[in-house]
Ligand binder design. Sequence first.
Ligand code: SF4
Length: 74
Amino acid sequence: QKNPCDDLTGVSAEEIEKRKKLAYVTKTPIPDSHCSNCTLYIPAAKDKPCGGCMLFKGPVRPDGYCAYWAPINN
Ligand code: SF4
């Protein structure tokens, strides 16, 4: 079963290219660094499984990761 957050249906080729250039991966290789604790992450809307990223359009997994990961400043 495919993860709904990996479904890029309706996302433009240009936006898909952006996530590739940032080296977005659906599962972070660094346990303490992932999209859901990145300052550029857009949390999922209520009752939705996938978040987003300020750098490109389309669904993002909370446990994803990319080269632009930056910690949230508390
Ligand atoms: Fe995830 Fe990268 Fe976007 Fe941060 S910048 S939310 S690590 S895709």
